[in-house]
Design a protein. Structure first.
Length: 92
């Protein structure tokens, strides 16, 4: 049990020292991944089909849905177009 408490303490220390901008980037990456996955399920299409529509690899789409990808605006626009609605919105 002591090991678990030490691990939790270390985790909290790292989390507290992580810059807010990095936390936002991670949160947004996972939000985008969830949005893509949700849209795929709504449309009833596979990651393989999305890859085909975009002319990219299934591995790339899998990485996107995994939540650990640094998207470009160009990629987000292409994904949005392929899925028929915006993946993100910008408050203006």
């Amino acid at each position: 049990m002591k090991h678990a408490a030490e691990t939790e303490k270390l985790f909290q220390q790292v989390l507290n020292e992580t810059p807010q901008a990095i936390k936002l980037q991670v949160d947004w990456s996972f939000d985008i991944a969830d949005r893509i996955d949700s849209r795929l399920r709504t449309l009833g299409i596979s990651q393989k089909e999305l890859a085909r529509r975009l002319g990219t690899s299934e591995a790339a789409v899998s990485k996107w849905v995994g939540g650990n990808h640094n998207f470009t605006l160009s990629t987000l626009a292409r994904i949005s177009d392929a899925l028929g609605e915006p993946i993100i919105s910008v408050v203006s």
